[in-house]
Every structure is written in C-alpha cells, then in structure tokens.
Design a protein around this ligand. Structure first.
Ligand code: AHR
Length: 320
C-alpha cells in the first residue's frame, strides 16, 4: 500500500512539473517573459527578434513570443493574454506611441512589471512601465542631418531633400523626423521637397521613391528613416536611370549588412547606426525587475555612424 502511494505521489509531482514547465533547461530560472514584437518589417527587426530569442534561451528564461504584424490591436491582445497567463514580466516594442494607458494599467493592477524595448510610449504616467531600453531616435535624426549639413557646408545653392518616413505614429518616425528637422531647418538652403511614409519596409520604400521620382521634382538628398526603405529606394533610383549615391545622396538609419554593402558599393553615402541587439540587456533587466531590484527608468543604447570607409572595416564582423 505504502509503495503504491509513493508511486502515485511521484507521478503527480512529475505531471505537475510538466504542466508548469518546471525542471526543463529553458526554464531553470523559473521566469516566464511575455514579449510582443512589432512584426518582421525590416532587417533590423529580424536581428532584434533573433537577439531576444537567443538571449532568452541562454538565460534560461521561458519566452512567450507574439508577432503583432505591425498592428497595435494585436499587441494589446497579446499583452492581455500574457496578463491572463500570469507571466512574470511583459516586454514589448510598441508599434505606435499612443494608446497604451489602459492595457498598461491592467498589467500594473495585475502586478506584472512591463519593460519597453526599442520604442517608447507617450503615456504621461511613467510608473506604468519599469524601464525603457532603446536608442535615442532624436539623436539619430540629428546625426543624419549633421552629415547633410557637413556635405553641403561650402555650397550656397538650394539642397532639395526627400524624406522616407517610418511607420506613421511610431516613436522612431516621430523622433527621427524631429531630430533631422531640428538641425536642418536652421539653414533655409535645405528644403524638404517630398515626405511620405514607407512603413519601414523595402517594398514601400521603393514604391514611394518611384512616386517621388515620377513627380519630376529635383532631389539632391534622400533621408530614409531606416535602411530597408533606402534599399528599396535605391532600386527605384536605378530603374529610373539615375545613380544612387551620386545623382542622389542617400543617408539612412540602422546599419544592417545590406546597407553597409551599399555604402561600400558607393550606392549610399552615410548610415547612422541603430542597434537591434537588445536581447542580453533585456534578459538582465527581466531578472532584476522580477526580483524587485531597482533599475534605471531609461537605458539608452550606444551607437555609432558609418561612412563608406568605416563600412569596409565593419562589414566582416557585422552580425546582422
Ligand atoms: O524601431 C526601430 C526601427 O524599426 C528600425 O529603425 C526599423 O528598421 C524598424 O522597423
């Protein structure tokens, strides 16, 4: 009888362990992270997703990953589902800046800490999230503008600039525009002659650039809010019989391998880095906020810029 009881008790323990996921290598820390990703719109995003998945595995964190396919409603649904599942920590990269207060409040009421990665929200109540890890997008826009200013420093002629904006309402689109315009508008010779969203994708970047070129407006410089849109635009420029990097100077943001290759090939002129490899820092923060340890409310990612010469040196070791 005693033997039978021991067998039943052992079987129950094993079943419970399997149900909770306890005891497996991927869950050795006993931490579950719910992560809602923007989508798969760019090379940057693919590298970001990979970094988060690899780092969660390395840290033994059980990752519940949801792809929002660039839709805020999908992110809100994913966050609510993470709350229902009682994950330990929720992290997400918000598709757009506004409209998060209600769901963030729900997470707070459920006592589940939230970490923002990559993109900010515009909530006035900053206690709705524990920390925000990501780039300074305004600074990135300023770096792009500084390249344009330096390139045309000795010229008094008008410089016509076309702008390919990121996803409307997203933090990088809002902030990069603000940073760029903040510097460029100090000199009236710089004119933004065309500006439209390309939704951070290569296909849309190409389509919008085709429309810019079809309008027959003279364009000296293209400022693209990310590399993928610039790479799409390069195709449109070449198909129009023009030389990207020469007839139209191109500056964009991210620093993915294809963009660095285009720099080396002379098809682009300047790239401002935006680092997608946020996984290791995020996992560290997850551990800390779960344990109730203090973390800085804002952590800014370190980044650089690339000229064609610097791209030659950087390409062999570039991870993404
Ligand atoms: O939020 C970061 C931006 O989103 C990257 O610049 C872009 O490539 C991505 O889609």
């Amino acid at each position: 009888m005693f033997k039978r009881l021991v067998i039943v008790a052992t079987a129950l323990t094993l079943t419970a362990a399997a149900a909770t996921g306890c005891g497996g290598a991927a869950d050795s820390g006993g931490t579950t992270l719910g992560f809602s990703q923007v989508g798969a719109e760019s090379g940057w995003r693919t590298a970001n997703t990979q970094s988060i998945q690899d780092s969660a595995k390395a840290a033994g964190i059980n990752l519940k990953f949801a792809d929002a396919q660039q839709k805020q409603e999908n992110q809100i649904k994913a966050i609510r589902s993470f709350i229902q599942q009682r994950v330990d920590v929720i992290a997400f990269s918000p598709v757009v800046e506004s409209g998060w207060d209600t769901v963030l409040k729900e997470a707070k009421d459920a006592k589940i800490p939230v970490i923002l990665t990559d993109r900010a929200v515009d909530s006035k109540d900053t206690t709705l999230y524990a920390t925000f890890l990501g780039s300074d997008f305004v600074e990135e826009g300023k770096k792009a503008a500084q390249y344009v200013i330096d390139t045309y420093r000795s010229s008094n002629e008008t410089v016509n600039i076309a702008e390919l904006q990121g996803t409307t309402g997203s933090a990088p689109a809002i902030d990069r525009k603000e940073g760029f315009l903040g510097l460029i508008s100090a000199d009236p010779k710089f004119k933004i002659v065309a500006s439209q969203t390309g939704d951070f994708t290569r296909a849309k970047g190409k389509e919008v650039m085709q429309a810019f070129l079809a309008s027959r407006q003279k364009i000296d410089v293209l400022f693209a809010h990310n590399d993928d849109m610039a790479l799409g635009a390069i195709q449109a420029i070449e198909e129009a019989g023009l030389a990207p990097g020469k007839d139209i100077k191109i500056v964009s943001i991210d620093g993915v391998r294809d963009a660095l290759k285009a720099l080396v090939d002379g098809k682009k002129n300047f790239v401002v880095e935006c680092n997608p490899l946020l996984g290791p820092q995020l996992m560290d923060l997850v551990g800390k906020v779960k344990a109730g340890q203090p973390v800085p409310h804002r952590i800014v990612t370190e980044e650089t810029t690339f000229t064609p010469e610097q791209a030659v040196a950087a390409l062999p070791g570039r991870q993404y």
